[in-house]
Structures are given as C-alpha cells and as structure tokens.
Design a protein around this ligand. Structure first.
Ligand code: NDP
Length: 449
C-alpha cells in the first residue's frame, strides 16, 4: 500500500494536464485530476479550437465575394451570428465530453473542484476534503491579462468574445499579438468596424518583419484601422450603451465593444504554491527545469503556467515528457523548445518556423534570403488584390535552412510539412531537388529564388 492517496495529483485538466494524467495512468499510476471549470482547458473551451471555427465562419464572407468570378451568384446571403456561436459552443460541449471520456477511459479520476496545495504532498479541495499524492503536477494554464485603469472593467477578453449576443458594430481591440490580429480578422469579416490599438508600433513582434508588414498592409486594405503607440486612459459607458474610450493623447472614440488581448498571465493565485515552497519567476510563472520539475522534487508544472512557450502542442509535449520521465521507467525526457512552428490565424494567416531574417543576421552573421512574392491563382481569378509572401532564411556558410516564413491562404497547412524539413536540418538544395506539385501555392517552397 502506498502511503499516499494518489501517485499523481494533477491540478488543471487542460492540454498539458490531460495528456500527463492519462499517460501516467497508462503507465500504471493512480491518478486524479482536479478541474474547477471544464475539461479541455483554454485551447478546447475558449481558445484555439472555437477560435479556429470562428475563423472558418468568417472566411466565408470573402469566399462568397470571390465565388462570383468563378460563376457563382448567391442571392439573399446573410450571416447569423447566433447560429454560428451556438454551433461552435455545442462543439465545445462535445469536446468537453470527449476529453472527459478520454480521462475516464484511462482510469483517471476527475474531481470537478478547485484544488489548493496545502502541504508538501497534500491537496485541499474546495469541498474541504484533503487528499495526498506522491507527485503533484500543476497545469493550470494562464488567463488574459486585463490592465487596470478607470473603466477598464467594461472591456472584455477573448473569453467573452465567444459568447457575445451580437457582432458589435464597432470594436477596439487592444494589443497587436496573436489574439488581437486573429479576432480583428474575425470581427472585420463579420462586418464590425475594427480598430487595433497597440502600445508600440509593432504587430506580432516575434514574426519576420516582411510578413508583419504584409499582414498590416492587407489588414488595412480589408478595412481594419490601426492606432499605434497609443495608451488607454479610460473607458466610460455612454447613455446609449456604447463605450467612450479616451487615450492618453486626449483622443476619444466611441465603440460598441472594447476587447483586451495584451498577453496572458500564469494562473498562480490561490494555488497554495507557497505552502510547498514552490519558486516563482519574475512574471509570476512557475520556475521549472528542462524536465518540468520545480525546485520541489515531487512537484512539476507544465504548459502556460510555466510561461515557456504558450502554445497547446508545447503543453501537450511537456505533459507527455513529464509522464514518461516520472512514470515511464526509462531515461528522463526533456522537451526540445527550439524550432517550434507556429501560426497566426489572421486573414490571411501567417505561419513560421525557425529564425526570422533579423534573428539569423544577429546569430549567424552571413545569411542568404530566398523569397517568392506572388498572387495566388485563386485570388487572381477572384479579382482579389492580395499577395502572398514566402521567405526562406539560410545559413550562407552551409546552405542550411534556418527559418521559413509564409503569409498566404492555408499557410499553416503548408508549414507543418516544411517544419519537418527545417527541424531535420535540410538545406535549400534539398528543397530545390524536390519536384514541385503544380499548380499549388506550396510549390513556391521548392521554387524560391
Ligand atoms: P501576445 O503576446 O501575442 O501579444 C501581446 C500584445 O499585447 C503585444 O502586441 C504587446 O505589445 C501588447 N502588450 C503586452 N503587454 C501589454 C501591456 N501591459 N499593456 C498594453 N499592451 C501590452 O498576446 P496575446 O494575448 O495575443 O496571446 C497570448 C498568447 O497566447 C500568445 O503569446 C500565444 O502564445 C498564445 N496564442 C497562440 C495562438 C496561436 O497559436 N495561433 C492564438 C492565440 C494565442 P508590444 O508587442 O507592442 O509590446
């Protein structure tokens, strides 16, 4: 008999926590996972998945325009937000059920309560019940950062965006990162007057400059308004239910909705980490080593709460590696956080892997750049003046590909395969030696000049 109630107690049933729990259980561990909200976490419940469905829904606005030159005339078209919203939320319910089933089928006990660490090996549940565990995994994710200033309580975050009763006629989205650009595209396609307001003059800071410039140019062309180097002073509710936003420059705008998308902060409050002596970093993140272990030997953390790379597939890998390391019986497994492909589901989307041109020049000195700036065939016939850009960054010394960057329809779909090549250390010559698939956008990858 073990001296503990569980071999593993996971706090948080999001992407990282679910993977870790079910794999640990499959290795024979007795596992419980506590979740105070819904099984699936940010990605499934109020992030990547429902967002991608809204992106699809939004894109029909362009498809229905573009189809004309392909001979289609659609009369009486109209958009019903409530229908889309409810279909998306119903699918979220389905996924919540599917994740719950996965855990239960793997013999993981789900405890639908908030959990707090109350001693080195002890967890106290919201009901007051106390349990003990040999290992504790903290996988509680992150939440939107909401700046505080007069009237800031009137602003929503992406969490609420999925539940709106109507598409706002006008919206200010604060931030210039992933969420701001993705939701700007969504609301713009649905007919909102969208203004992105960012504190600096840079969008999507971590992406290659040429792609960022291209997205800005296309977004402006589509009707999205940008205000850079701008800071909020206050938000005031008007008599007719709108919001008067005042910036520190003195300028004012009245809009129907204000949304903040200015980063996400680790969810560490009320977890009782101090009761076990778990160390935090400067941004409030749980500090971990390369095996996701905290400074306390039997307490681990994975996913957004560690603020390493806030991406679902990374959290899943960290959860898997944790379970392999602690319960797998083999060598410890560390997640390789280098060369992670990523995408922004803007209109059009951006996808990237590896170093940007700027990073490569700083790190390698001599680099070679290959590019293709083209108008996709479908856009040509549709009469859509929207160009795509592919860029390959290579080490001039040995031709090795250091990064690939794309902005194009379906760029994330193309990038996944290209990322394999970059991760494997292939060269530009390897791409050149590959026959093109014609006609496709992806063929530009092997025809770069
Ligand atoms: P991002 O980190 O992408 O962008 C944050 C933006 O907010 C930046 O433009 C930044 O400005 C601005 N900002 C940061 N702090 C402040 C502040 N204190 N006041 C005002 N502005 C501020 O954050 P998001 O919220 O868009 O997304 C959070 C994370 O979620 C992403 O980093 C990503 O990891 C993940 N995510 C991934 C997606 C995907 O994979 N497609 C989709 C959505 C989210 P500046 O850069 O000018 O300093």
């Amino acid at each position: 008999m073990s001296e503990y109630d569980y071999d593993l107690f996971t706090i948080g049933a999001g992407s990282g926590g679910v993977r870790a729990s079910r794999v640990a259980s499959a290795y024979g561990a007795k596992v419980a996972v506590a979740e105070e909200y819904r099984v699936g976490g940010t990605c499934v419940i109020r992030g990547c998945v429902p967002k991608k469905m809204l992106v699809y829904g939004a894109h029909f606005a362009e498809d229905l325009e573009d189809c004309r030159n392909f001979g289609w005339e659609i009369e009486g078209k109209k958009f019903d937000w409530i229908k889309l919203r409810d279909a998306v939320l119903a699918d979220v319910d389905r996924l919540n059920g599917a994740y719950t089933d996965t855990l239960e089928n793997h013999g993981v006990e789900i405890i639908n309560e908030r959990a707090e660490i109350s001693g080195p090996h002890e967890i106290t549940l919201a009901s007051g019940r106390k349990v003990t565990a040999k290992y504790i995994l903290v996988a509680v994710g992150a939440r939107p950062f909401m700046p505080q200033f007069p009237g800031s309580e009137h602003a929503i975050s992406s969490n609420e965006a999925f539940h709106l009763d109507k598409v706002p006629e006008s919206i200010i989205i604060a931030g210039g990162g992933y969420i701001a650009n993705e939701f700007a595209g969504i609301f713009n396609e649905f007919g909102s007057k969208v203004t992105i307001v960012n504190r600096s003059d840079q969008l999507l800071r971590s992406y290659d400059e040429s792609l960022r410039d291209r997205l800005l140019q296309i977004s402006i062309m589509k009707g999205i308004d940008f205000k850079f180097n701008t800071h909020f002073e206050s938000i005031e509710k008007t008599e007719d239910g709108q919001y008067k936003v005042r910036f520190t420059s003195g300028e004012e705008r009245v809009v129907e909705c204000v949304m903040f998308a200015v980063g996400r902060v680790p969810n560490i409050e009320g977890l009782g980490l101090e009761n076990a002596g778990v160390e935090l970093g400067e941004r409030g993140e749980i500090k971990v080593d390369r095996f996701s272990k905290t400074n306390v030997d039997h307490i681990y953390a994975v996913g957004d709460v560690t603020d390493r790379v806030q991406l679902t597939p990374v959290a899943i890998r960290e959860g898997q590696a944790f379970a392999d390391t602690v319960f797998g019986g083999g060598d410890p497994v560390a997640v390789d956080h280098s060369c992670i492909p990523s995408a922004v589901f803007s209109h059009p989307p951006i996808a990237a892997v590896g170093l940007t041109e700027g990073e490569a020049r700083n790190q390698c000195g001599s680099v070679k750049i290959y590019q293709s700036d083209f108008r996709p065939m479908k856009n040509v016939l549709a009469g859509r003046n929207e160009r795509s850009l592919f860029k390959m960054v290579c080490d001039a010394a040995d031709d090795r590909i250091l990064g690939i960057h794309m902005i194009a329809p379906e760029a994330p779909e193309m990038m996944q395969a290209a990322a394999v090549a970059v991760k494997a250390g292939l060269t530009k010559a390897d791409f050149d030696a590959t026959t093109a698939i014609h006609p496709s956008m992806a063929e530009e990858l092997v025809l770069l000049k």
